[in-house]
Design a protein around this ligand. Sequence first.
Ligand code: SF4
Length: 242
Amino acid sequence: MTGAVHSWDLSTGVDGPGTRFVLFLSGCQLRCVYCQNPDTWSERDGAVESVDDVMSRILRYRAVFERTGGGVTISGGEPLLQPRFTAAVFRACQEAGIHTALDTSGSLGARATDDLLLDTDLVLLDIKSFLPSVYAEVTGGGSVTPTLAFAHRLAALERPTWIRFVLVPGMNEAPENVGPLADFVAGLENITRVDVLPFHTFGTAKYEAMGLPFALADRAAPTAEQAEAVRAVFRDRGLTVT
Ligand code: SF4
């Protein structure tokens, strides 16, 4: 079993508990205006790696995972473009006793088998907007419907899930967008945390190198007050917000 791998990195903080080995897979069907990794969009640009290759790299960090309560996060790109590879890596992680997290937009959630989801200890579900028109604007034409269906499925399977919402002032912070999203999330019993993440421009150089326009190049980042106002909407529903 092989997959198209963009890169990997170690991180602490937003990619799951403890220190994470984050595996970035190549390929994404969305085109989010704030995407920091346009270099992961094409599956063809990934290096073909086997599950054994990936696992031998992961296993070097086993002591770090044990010391920090960390594990492996598969991100992208969109991991569910390669559901069989993702499932095989997670199965191998579970056999090695390593915690697993799946970072996904959920838009291809129907491609994830129940076995894959049962091998996923934590889902990082990016719900990029709630109103369909705003979701399409943020994602370059995507539909929110499959993501919401995936969220219900994760709840039914009792998979612990963190919701991630990237805040773009002037695009998705309006109360009529955030309020119904917070209501939806609060209705799911498997949500253990909500991250409201201000968009940033760290990926600008990648767009320039690829000769692509970065849609948010001239947009001001959210102020602390704007981010706090959105966090308060989720917190008011009793959700744990960071
Ligand atoms: S889903 Fe993620 S990788 Fe894909 S375009 Fe959006 S931000 Fe980028």
